[in-house]
Design a protein around this ligand. Structure first.
Ligand code: UDP
Length: 323
């Protein structure tokens, strides 16, 4: 199984979303344990007690490691706004330079000083040896892939699926539209294009095991890519059968008009275009915008699903109310 759009690990703290997804596909146990290469050394990620000890060449316990990072943290930053301020306050300059600064620059094409602190807050920092990349209670990998889950969701007597049709904003047959495409596209780019990052995957195949892990991040500036994904490690229940392996080298760049948009680009200072589209969104009564592209937010899969279900329920309630 290959993650065509880059590594997607399903994780959530919300039991109802976990059971919704599990109802539509068998979730196999999987815990994402990412490794990081920086300065030609391999470290544990997210930053945890092992990373701190590896990086500083020490054997500290939790309290001593916390004290060490406190001594390195920029205590003069009281209310961090940018990614950079948040990182310097959390972990200090050494770890920021090694793990965050260059990866973030490669990923977003912008200085971490211009990106919001919320991006860094996605990553936990731990003073124990827990190297689970996520903090959530539920985590797994769909045995038959995400496509099978979506197919199961769509397999409903009230859903008719039509593919390859031009989307029309003013479709008279649709009493209500739930729109999941890019928000600027919905309005025919009338206020200009919003910024998105797209990804290029350089696919390579080798014999055996290439890197011994599903995801390895390349955090310094010596390589132009952000990470390498070795897909068979996402499916350990079947990968033992494979003598060959498929990997993706992942490169991020600014999306051009015909590229697939992956990440909305939020900035600390904001910009002028998004509020104009959002003002139009607030005027809509027959359209609901859901998902990462339509709400222009860095949503994870579980939040996108949760908000979509809430939007559907709210609409059903409204229908009941109106009749
Ligand atoms: N990040 C980083 N170094 C890493 C991993 C992540 O600086 O080794 C930063 C980077 O800015 C990235 C953000 O943290 O965009 C969120 O990381 P995550 O792994 O959640 O990114 P995703 O898998 O959504 O691309």
């Amino acid at each position: 199984m290959v993650h065509t759009y880059g590594p997607h690990i399903f994780h959530t703290d919300d039991e109802s979303i976990w059971s919704y997804v599990s109802k539509h596909g068998q979730m196999m146990p999987f815990v994402n344990r990412v490794k990081a290469v920086s300065g030609e050394r391999v470290y544990s990620l997210p930053i945890n007690l092992h990373t701190i000890n590896q990086f500083f060449g020490l054997s500290l316990g939790p309290a001593a490691a916390q004290a060490l990072l406190q001594s390195k943290s920029r205590s003069d930053i009281s209310d961090p706004q940018s990614f950079e301020e948040q990182a310097l306050k959390f972990v200090g300059d050494d770890l920021y330079q090694a793990f965050f600064k260059h990866y973030t620059h490669k990923q977003w094409g912008r200085s971490p000083a211009d990106l919001p602190a919320s991006i860094l807050k996605r990553l936990p920092i731990r003073f124990n040896y827990d190297d689970n990349y996520f903090n959530h209670r539920f985590q797994g990998m769909p045995k038959d892939g995400y496509g099978a889950i979506v197919a199961s969701i769509l397999n409903h007597p009230l859903i008719e699926l039509r593919l390859g049709e031009e989307f029309r904003r003013d479709d008279a047959q649709a009493p209500h539209i739930f729109y999941t495409g890019a928000i600027d596209r919905f309005y025919d780019y009338c206020f200009g294009r919003l910024a998105y990052r797209t990804l290029d995957f350089e696919v390579f195949r080798t014999d055996g095991d290439y890197q011994g892990n599903a995801v390895i991040n390349y955090c310094d500036s010596s390589r132009p890519f952000t990470r390498i994904t070795e897909h068979k490690h996402f499916a350990p229940w079947e990968s033992a059968n494979f003598s060959k392996t498929i990997c993706y080298r992942e490169y991020s760049r600014e999306a051009q008009p015909n590229d697939t948009p992956y990440y909305p680009v939020n900035l600390v200072a904001g910009e002028n275009t998004l509020p104009k589209y959002m003002a139009r969104v607030r005027e809509e009564t027959k359209v609901t915008f859901v998902g990462r592209l339509a709400t222009y937010r860095y949503l994870d899969m579980d939040v996108a699903i949760k908000e979509a279900l809430e939007a559907a329920r709210a609409w059903i309630e409204m229908q009941k109310h109106n009749t």
